[in-house]
Design a protein around this ligand. Sequence first.
Ligand code: XMP
Length: 517
Amino acid sequence: PVLVVDFGAQYAQLIARRVREAGVYSEIVPHTATAAEIAAKGPVALVLSGGPSSVYEEGAPRLDPAVFDLGVPTLGICYGFQVMAQTLGGEVANTGLREYGATDAALTGDGGVLLGGQPAEQNVWMSHGDQVSKAPEGFEVLASTGATKVAAFGNYEKCFYGVQWHPEVKHSDYGQKVLENFLHKAAGLANDWNSGNVIAEQVARIREQVGTGRVLSALSGGVDSAVSTALVHEAVGDQLVAVFIDHGLLRKGEREQVEQDYVASTGVRLITVDARETFLSALAGVSDPEQKRKIIGREFIRAFEKVQADLIAEAAAEGDPIRFLVQGTLYPDVVESGGGTGTANIKSHHNVGGLPEDLQFELVEPLRTLFKDEVRAIGRELGLPAEIVGRQPFPGPGLGIRIVGEVTADRLEILREADAIARFELTQAGLDGEIWQCPVVLLADVRSVGVQGDGRTYGHPIVLRPVSSEDAMTADWTRLPYDVLSKISNRITNEVREVNRVVLDVTSKPPGTIEWE
Ligand code: XMP
């Protein structure tokens, strides 16, 4: 793989995704990895990420200098560029000249293999206080900006390159081109990582792991469980049974999507458990968000265990126990839980499929190396319904955490209608690509006065929470066109009973989380 060395602050994941978009498989390693550990992974190239520190600060993240003796093509980005310069004998200084945001960069000479063929002037995205004041020996300066003489450099012989700007962000005009030039031209790597060969590779891997064993999968209706289940089905066919638990907290039409469209397109053997009553009674009288999450998580496990017991008994009677469980774990989860940076537990996340530890199953996790956009591409390649593959992220606890207040059947009905209208209008307006997700929230404990027809009303507000994001870790509220907001608002207040007001959430994350609970 191409190894992306992580110097912190989540830049590495974006770089790893861009490398894969260039058709080359990538993985992330922490900057604390030693040269031997890095060599053991057989890297075909290294990319050193940006980071929030200053290279000459006490305790600033470093890289084992022996990494530069491995003979592997290396690209340094921002902080990684400075680490490279400093380690190889150049100089990094704080000149008091800072550059943030869009900056003009000018090529020096022909720009070398990294920037060659690009316009002499280009717009790049900067975010730095320090700068490389002197390139190490053997390096040629490839670009500069008003404030930074050495904004990019290269050592052709060693195949070491660096840029002060962030080629991984879309605001850098030729950013992706810089990465592609490094990967394909400088390092000579082929563009051959795509969803077709990921499927073939995973199918082979699953067959090897599972053999003739039986596999159980929990479908939530979301993208990850839908694609991981379909992949396993592709690999082992009817050795797989999928379970779908209808907890009554689903959105309009979701159960039908799974039971009809998904099954029709995959041929997966599906068992639906109708647990709506059980969940509702367990949630009666509860309005505390954390308590709701815990109850939903617990009831989910109970419902799953019940059907699992039946299936196990059936399988055992046939002399062939169920030994495997499918999980839709994605690469960011793997990186984040292995990163060991101790991210605070802001909310107790419950993933449908997040099952108790004492289950005696071996996990099958075919998406462990993949990012969300790759999972979607694979889903499309496998022929899954577009509504499922294109679905926005939806929390495991479902609409249960989008009703502020107690969850009741009646309130769920109201929220489902409002949510369906918002989703329909956003899709109609062609905005699905622009928003990451748009939670629709019912403030069930709030009432406000309105006037509808000739009468006074005293109803509930619905909140629209459209956000744009790359990874849900941070998000900004999406500036939806007023006419679309107006359409949604009119339709919801006209068509959904008990709702007399629609409000827009204009908070970024942080400080607000995406969901309200
Ligand atoms: P927050 O609200 O923490 O949400 O900003 C970040 C992303 O995670 C989703 N989310 C959840 N997903 N189980 C899930 O599977 C959960 O308990 C859960 N809570 C939030 C949320 O929709 C957003 O995409």
